[in-house]
Design a protein around this ligand. Sequence first.
Ligand code: NAD
Ligand code: GLY
Length: 373
Amino acid sequence: MTATPAACPLRTIEVALSANPYPVVIGTGALASLGEQIRARGMKEGTKVLMVTNPVVQEHYGATALASLQAAGFEASTLVIEAGEDQKTPATVAQIHDAAFARKLERGSLIVALGGGVVGDMAGFAAATWLRGIAVVQVPTTLLAMVDAAIGGKTGVNHPGGKNLIGAFHQPRLVLIDPTTLTTLPEREFRAGMAEVIKYGVIGDAALFGELEAAGCISSRTAVGPGLLQILLERSAAAKARVVAADEHEGGLRAILNYGHTLGHVVETLCGYGTWLHGEAVAIGMAAAGEIAVAMGLWSTAEQQRQLALIEAAGLPHRWPELDPEAVLSCLQGDKKVRNGQVRFVLPTAIGSVEIRSDVSEATIRRALYASP
Ligand code: NAD
Ligand code: GLY
């Protein structure tokens, strides 16, 4: 780690699932207590632990995490996989399976995902599928993974035809968030994470949206400051925990978390994985969903302007890219959220409130995104 912070009291937010509830533990210096926290969740001394990470995260935080696991009595080792959205493939998951085989992981063993959403989704999916499911602990090190990806049990990889088309629900035993790890996160990645925080404001937390607006500039960790950072980590985790506990497998309510994602995934897929960061694509997708909502008379131009202003304050893009409208419409049909051929959009109706709609016509999409019928 680049800095050794004073440990602070840890905050715990419960993901209150009826079958397997688990805590999201948040606090400065929490990474050094990883082993201890896992022991507190009932994992025994001597348990085999495979920690999956990527080269950058390994360099900054791998030693601290591994030392903590070993100090707690686990038989822990590390697997470093390549970084990047374009590596989020079945082939990379096969590498994790190979390591699980070589290191003789058993049903009672554990995979720890140390990294951003790419590591978390793949290590989670490897854990979901190894021996039909072993335990996973998520240790997110990007803002985006802290506020969204690490919580809620969605795991998986991309298919050339679309994002995250291959996957499984597999809830972690524990999510451990140490905000100190954000000190080394590139600012562009921090901004990408802010897109998901803005999302929580629009879909259900008008007060959080207001606090972000009041902060003025929210485009870097230093601009946000430690106080607001702690608030937005806790509020986002609590929002996600609430929705996941109410609808674990996305039968209904959980779909609101996809606000900005339906069109964001189109941007990611058609522009090529890695061109836009996931959070940037979500920002573009939220702006586009807002335009559709305005076109349908669901929310006002004034509220759309507030959303665009906040996206700009976070230093995020919101202009719809130059994509062939036919390709966009066809890509939308391949989305996971299509039901009976109808694309389901999450559309804002007010700051803090959204609706799920399956009645958005192609003409409306063309008009909202391309100003043409
Ligand atoms: P990422 O995992 O690619 O990480 C971004 C970059 O930051 C990488 O280059 C990584 O090496 C680097 N990095 C990570 N932590 C760092 C640190 N502390 N210091 C320095 N560098 C660091 O990207 P992401 O934005 O975290 O995650 C995006 C992925 O998450 C997408 O694949 C998306 O589909 C997925 N996702 C999943 C869910 C879910 O519910 N499972 C939700 C949202 C997004
Ligand atoms: N990121 C959307 C979800 O977890 O459901």
